[in-house]
Design a protein. Structure first.
Length: 407
């Protein structure tokens, strides 16, 4: 039984929506992007939503808007996909990596220890879709002690008056941060990824959720950022193409990171049925939980705790007491049965770029502890109960075989 890891959720409804875009005569940024922004805004509870071409470019845009530059620091977890730190490097700033908790999320205590007068932003990451403790993080940045330490180096930072919290919500569209409160509305800024393997996809894409406090006007900021995402051009291509609408101006140094309508069409069709998609992902997560909770070698991923609930993006199973080499052997044996699994993630200090910048995995023991035994299992709506059971059986057999080999 051949089981891929994460195929896109493409139905006839999705195809029809994309075809509608193709037949419309307009395939770059236009009405479907705006419709997707409104759907994500409604679903997440965010004040405003701007769609762009990737999570990474969205994070770079927000850091540039904040005025983050060389000499500034941005706190990130050591355990995340590299884009979290790459966005910081791209604007010239320094990623300050801190360790994580057993539940994969950033350590709040480590954040507190890492804050200096150079800290301009914190980017927590909702690994696998399970939200971080944002109440505690927001409490830190709003505390008088930390606010007195804050040293703004741009007009926007001065208006902010404190460290900005940008939720890397790449995995957590549809998660609940509190009872009835979804991710995307709980921090100053949150950015969802709409990449091909995400719960809702536009093939490539990202969605910036804006919830800035006073004195910021989120509606005005949306318009400003939209212009920045189009090279700071005073008219978008849709407006400029209208009869007599050719004249435009470039009013600043922007970026070209807009989302096209033909991409937005995929996500638009999916998010309209996302509640059903989430139910199916939760079904599969539950089947895995029921099977592996009986295994003394299994550490189950977090799903619900204190009102928080995952988006069921990944099933991040961990093998208790297994070395990195043993975990890799388990993956190889599972692959022999044509089941594709993955690992989320290789901690950034283990990657060549970051090692060359001086980061050392020894400084992040929990990150390595989580990584060395982690295996991400397939979880997507198309999986049948029979297929899930096959995955479970393959994992159990592989783990038991490796455990017996005593490698």
């Amino acid at each position: 039984m051949k089981i891929p890891f994460s195929p896109p959720y493409i139905t006839e409804t999705v195809i029809d929506e994309v075809t509608d875009s193709l037949r419309s005569g307009w395939i770059t940024t236009g009405p479907k992007v705006k419709a997707l922004e409104e759907e994500i805004k409604k679903f997440s509870g965010a004040t405003e939503v701007l769609c762009v071409n990737s999570w990474t470019s969205g994070a770079m845009l927000m850091l540039r808007w904040l005025g983050v530059k060389a000499g500034d620091e941005v706190i990130v977890p050591a355990y995340t996909y590299s884009a979290t730190a790459l966005a910081v490097l791209h604007v010239g700033a320094t990623p300050v990596m801190v360790d994580i908790n057993d539940d994969f999320n950033i350590s709040v205590a480590a954040i507190r220890r890492a804050i200096t007068s150079k800290t301009k932003a914190i980017i927590p990451v909702d690994i696998a879709g399970f939200p971080c403790d944002y109440d505690a993080i927001m409490q830190i940045v709003k505390s008088p002690e930390i606010k007195s330490l804050f040293t703004p180096t741009s007009e926007v930072q001065a208006q902010m008056g404190r460290i900005l919290v940008l939720n890397d919500a790449a995995h957590s569209l549809g998660a609940f941060y509190q009872q009835g409160v979804r991710t995307g509305s709980e921090t100053d800024v949150a950015i969802f990824s709409l990449h091909a393997v995400k719960n809702v996809t536009t093939a490539e894409g990202g969605a910036i959720c804006l919830n800035l406090p006073a004195p910021f006007d989120n509606e005005a900021l949306y318009k400003e950022l939209r212009q920045m995402s189009l090279n700071c051009q005073t008219k978008d291509a849709f407006s400029k193409s209208q009869a007599g609408g050719w004249r435009y101006d470039i009013v600043g140094l922007g970026m070209k990171i807009n989302m096209p309508d033909v991409n937005a069409a995929i996500g638009l069709a999916q998010i309209r049925v996302y509640s059903e998609i989430l139910k199916e992902r939760k079904r599969i997560f539950g089947l895995y939980d029921a099977a592996f909770k009986q295994c003394d070698w299994a550490i189950l991923p977090p799903s619900e705790k204190n009102g928080r609930e995952t988006s069921y993006h990944l099933y991040a199973l961990r093998l208790k007491g297994f070395s990195e080499a043993q975990r890799d052997m388990v993956i190889s044996k599972i692959a022999e049965k044509e089941v594709a699994v993955n690992v989320h993630f290789i901690p950034m200090p283990m990657l060549t770029l970051f090692k060359n910048l001086g980061y050392k995995i020894e400084d992040y023991p929990q990150a390595y502890e989580n990584f060395k035994g982690e295996i991400s299992l397939p979880i997507y709506p198309q999986l049948t109960d029979e297929q899930v059971q096959f995955v479970i059986d393959c994992v159990k057999e592989a783990v038991e075989e490796v455990a017996k080999s005593k490698v």
